[in-house]
Design a protein. Structure first.
Length: 307
């Protein structure tokens, strides 16, 4: 009798251990994420992204700035990617749901990047300071949007090394763009004080100053850079690396930086700072001669008193 009890106990223990091994997502080779998506985190993510995305569509309709439609559409696709994490919770082995979720989440930020490229060209033309860019504003937008589309198709069509190559090229392109943006801002601040202080001198509040939009764009660049670095390192590690198989990294290093990158445009909506009818090529020409720029800068320096 004791032998039978021991036998059945041993069988039950083995079955429980086997079942636990099968249910453990880290050991489930059919679960590409190696974890079970969290429904509460999915709902929190949607609670943040969905209202911001809807607000962007509303702003495009009510406040103008059709170029921002690109970012709004990107937000909608990112929401779709987050929403697919909900059924993935109960069907972690579904390759179709996983691929749909992954492609929406990984490709939608291309729209955020393209919008940022368009904004810098328009802002430099608005303040007539395009000559301080190393590339003409109209050409800058064209070159970088083409680069963004190219990396998009590389990521969408390729896998493995091709996918990683698309992410690396996207990161390099965006790093060059960010450098050009910072270089332009430094030049305007140093050599064109009347433009740098333009809105402040006419009494506009800080949140209506064109520099507020520039600061928002800079924060957006920082968020996109963090996310891009994360995705490059994640894919370089492989699909079984810690960055891929830990859900918290996805929300902290992908969702949160991208949310920061787009939410700032709601209070600082670009069409409030940039005219909708900018003539093509505006700002490509010199704002003034070098002699006038020197006088312009000196006018804001404190004057020395005579002895």
């Amino acid at each position: 009798m004791r032998s039978l009890i021991f036998f059945f106990t041993l069988v039950a223990f083995c079955e429980a251990a086997t079942g636990a091994a099968v249910l453990d997502p880290k050991d489930d080779i059919h679960n590409p994420l190696r974890y079970i998506t969290s429904i509460p985190l999915t709902l929190v993510g949607l609670a943040f992204y969905l209202p911001v995305t809807l607000a962007m569509f509303f702003n495009v309709w009510s406040r103008g700035g059709k170029y921002m439609l690109c970012m709004a559409i990107g937000g909608a696709f990112y929401c779709a990617g987050l929403a697919l994490r909900y059924p993935l919770h109960s069907q972690p082995d579904s390759l179709g749901i996983y691929i749909g979720m992954y492609m929406f989440v990984i490709l939608s930020p291309c729209a955020f990047i393209a919008t940022t490229y368009m904004l810098l060209g328009r802002l430099t033309r608005e303040v007539r300071m395009g000559h301080y860019l190393l590339i003409k504003p109209t050409k800058l937008t064209k070159y970088f949007v083409i680069s963004d589309c190219s990396t998009f198709f590389i990521q969408a069509s390729g896998g493995g090394l091709a996918f990683l190559l698309g992410l690396v090229l996207q990161l390099i392109s965006f790093a060059i763009f960010t450098f050009l943006f910072l270089f332009w801002g430094f030049k305007v601040r140093k050599h064109a004080q009347s433009v740098w202080l333009r809105d402040e001198l006419v009494g506009k509040p800080w949140h209506k100053d064109w520099r507020a939009l520039a600061a928002t764009m800079l924060v957006s660049c920082a968020g996109i850079t963090v996310r891009s670095l994360f995705r490059v390192i994640e894919n370089a590690e492989g699909f079984e690396g810690p960055l891929t198989t830990t859900e918290s990294y996805f929300y902290c290093l992908d969702s949160l930086p991208l949310f920061i990158a787009i939410v700032g445009y709601l209070p600082f909506w670009p069409s409030e700072f940039i005219s909708n009818n900018l003539p093509r090529g505006a700002g490509d020409e010199e704002h003034s001669s070098s002699h006038e720029l020197v006088n312009e800068r000196d006018a804001f320096q404190p004057k020395r008193r005579g002895i």
